[in-house]
Design a protein around this ligand. Structure first.
Ligand code: MSP
Length: 644
């Protein structure tokens, strides 16, 4: 394959599952990719930035069924949500791929066939522990229970051994080539700590990978064997090839492949750093340069996820603040490799202090003075003095450092540098007090110099900030009378004195709203409430409710389940008989707390085997931060009484 030209830069995000709407975690990856892509364009690269959606597989099939939709109907709805969000966040991706597009499906089938012909894909029997209720094979590392079976960690029920005919990818054959590749490319995975993690995983035995399913209908059919569908990860990873033209626009494909950087969350590192290069080695494509695994945004110290109910909807912040404060906060708060905890306090603090105070005030003050003292014109000035030179030299060092830090994807550090420069400009104004000079006619040129310095610095600040805050930067640029877009100036050619004398500035509008924390929280609460209601409230009919047999149960005995920290085995009298139940409450209640207590029990729930004990019912409890609070009665009630 032809080698791609040095000046191209191909960056990707993961393609997002369409089983659910996007949250701040998804937005984070895409914002980083957009920032890097904009930066690279400013340094003269021919950039291609690809994002999209991952639409096949069991997750999507199941989510669609629950919503009463076909998978493609659900995908069509979710794609709109993703695209709208990217627009609101000012994401300038060059293309958006959907894995249900036919060019992608054909490309994946072609590669599948190629590897099959070559012998890297072969048919065999997959044997594994399968859970009926969650409909999936358990991971290899789920431990065997004493009775010689496994328990599904997702639903706590017993799994069974199932054999299924499927196609395997010969991953085992790529152990050595992968290790050789990592050895020659030690910066393939970043941050470095994650490279070590990957190497030690590959050094253990690499088993062949099952890459088809007969249990999932919603997937790309295996060529000439359509009772099998291709496993969603084999399908999805190839979007990085098909999305730039593999099998449909060869010259475009050759121009950009191999990818310069696959930006991903650390949760999907193995897929990208092990399976993906192995697939590519097998099909003879050059390997990507870097896989960058970023950290997670946490809420209340846990990863945001719909099932935990702790996801943050970016739309609420976007409606109040616009895109730039959110982009700035997410990138400024943590280095890309580490986790961060999202707090509204932290967000408001950054917006008010860094954006409204430091930057917003500087823009307002400088431009308003030029309006009032020079009628909006960048005027003739005194020669450069000592303080002025200092500021210009600070621009030079900020430029060098920022360039290097952005190159290195150390965006938070680049922002720190830019802010230290902003603060120097603020200090320069405070020391020189231009507002005092305005009354003295003989100081007019001196006043011109001071305001020129501030405005010229602002122009460079807008430029530096453009990759992170494109909208506000472009506004500052326009306030300063620049007519061409920022993107037409290049990073290397940026000079302090590029602000021309005689230029006419515009009247500035406020850039960042200053909002008090309590008002923001109130706003967030009122906006989130109807959304929450709409999302979570799935009504059931009274007849459906009546199917639940709820009764007052008396706990006769309670004891800890050995080898667990959370489980209690309970003997519960439900009036007509005694039942054994296993409850995950031992971290909150001791056996003595519960003996003799009356609780609400659902008695017609299908029994489940938990840790080898058949649990024949479930008691009701509130779950707060993963801890149970059992619902007791406030008066004595007869054992066995119906609850409705
Ligand atoms: N569809 C797969 C990716 C296939 S790529 C060939 C997938 N999709 S996903 O929608 O579940 O998540 C995609 C990405 O969203 C994660 O890898 C990560 O980049 C981002 N995030 C999701 N939740 C996140 C946080 N809470 N914090 C930061 N990013 C996270 O996996």
């Amino acid at each position: 394959m032809a080698k791609r030209s040095e000046k191209t830069f191909y960056i990707t995000t993961p393609i997002y599952y369409v089983n659910d709407i996007p949250h701040i975690g998804h937005a984070y990856t895409t914002i980083i990719a957009d920032t890097i892509s904009r930066f690279k364009k400013l340094t003269g690269y021919d950039v291609f930035f690809l994002t999209g959606t991952d639409e096949h597989g069991q997750k999507v099939e199941k989510a669609a069924k629950e919503k009463g939709l076909t998978p493609i109907e659900l995908a069509d709805q979710m794609v709109v949500r993703y695209k709208d969000l990217w627009k609101a966040l000012n994401i300038a991706n060059d293309s958006f791929i959907r894995t249900t597009q036919s060019f992608h499906e054909k490309g994946v089938q072609k590669i599948f066939q190629k590897l099959k012909d070559k012998g890297d894909i072969y048919k065999g029997i997959y044997k594994g522990w399968y859970c009926d209720s969650t409909e999936h094979f358990l991971a290899e590392d789920v431990p065997l229970e004493e009775g010689g079976y496994k328990i599904c960690p997702e639903c706590n029920t017993k799994a069974f051994i199932v054999s299924e005919e499927c196609y395997f990818f010969k991953l085992s054959a790529y152990q050595k080539p992968l290790l050789d590749f990592y050895g020659k490319n030690p910066a393939f995975v970043r941050p470095q700590s994650r490279m070590n993690e990957v190497i030690s995983f590959v050094k253990q035995e690499l088993k062949d990978l099952s890459i088809t399913r007969t249990t999932v209908e919603w997937g790309i059919p295996v060529p000439d064997d359509s009772k099998h569908t291709i496993y969603v990860w084999f399908d999805a990873l190839h979007n990085y090839l098909t999305g730039i033209g593999y099998d449909w626009d060869l010259s475009h494909f050759q121009k950009y492949w191999p990818a310069t950087v696959h930006l991903i969350g650390k949760d999907i590192l193995r897929f990208h750093a092990i399976f993906w290069p192995a697939f590519l080695l097998a099909s003879d494509f050059p390997l990507p340069q870097t896989v960058f695994g970023h950290g997670w945004w946490l809420k209340d110290k846990t990863k945001m996820s719909k099932s935990k109910g702790n996801v943050l909807d970016p739309h609420i912040i976007l409606k109040t603040f616009g895109a730039d404060p959110l982009r700035y906060f997410l990138l400024r708060e943590i280095p890309i490799g580490l986790d961060g905890n999202f707090s509204h306090e932290g967000f408001i603090h950054r917006v008010n202090s860094d954006l409204a105070n430091d930057l917003g005030n500087l823009v307002q003050r400088t431009l308003t003075m030029i309006q009032s003292f020079f009628n909006g014109k960048i005027e003739e000035t005194d020669k450069e003095g000592k303080e002025d030179k200092k500021l210009r030299l600070e621009f030079e060092t900020t430029k060098k450092k920022t360039l290097k830090l952005y190159e290195d994807y150390a965006i938070n550090k680049a922002l720190e540098e830019i802010w230290s420069y902003i603060n120097s400009v603020n200090k320069y104004l405070a020391v020189n007090e231009p507002w005092k000079l305005s009354k003295d006619k003989s100081k007019r040129k001196k006043l011109g110099r001071i305001l020129y310095q501030a405005a010229a610095a602002l122009r460079t600040i807008a430029f530096f900030l453009f990759p992170v805050m494109p909208e506000s930067s472009e506004k500052i640029w326009n306030f300063l009378g620049e007519e061409k877009p920022i993107g037409e100036e290049s990073f290397r050619e940026l000079k302090f004195e590029n602000l021309k004398l005689g230029q006419i500035i515009k009247k500035p509008e406020p850039l960042f709203p200053r909002i008090a924390l309590k008002d923001f929280l109130k706003e967030e609460e009122t906006r989130a409430a109807p959304a929450r209601k709409e999302e979570k409230m799935e009504y059931i009919s009274f007849d459906e409710f009546k199917k639940m047999d709820l009764r007052v149960g008396e706990i006769l005995n309670a004891e800890k389940v050995e080898g667990t920290t959370k489980l209690l085995k309970l003997e519960v009298d439900i009036g007509v008989e005694k039942r054994t139940m296993v409850a995950g409450v031992a971290d909150v209640y001791s056996p003595e707390d519960l003996t003799g207590k009356k609780v609400t029990v659902i008695v017609n729930l299908k029994p489940a085997v938990i840790r080898g004990i058949e649990s024949q019912g479930m008691l009701l409890a509130a779950e707060i931060d993963d801890k149970a609070t059992i619902s007791f009665f406030d008066k004595d009630v007869p054992t066995g009484a119906k609850v409705r």
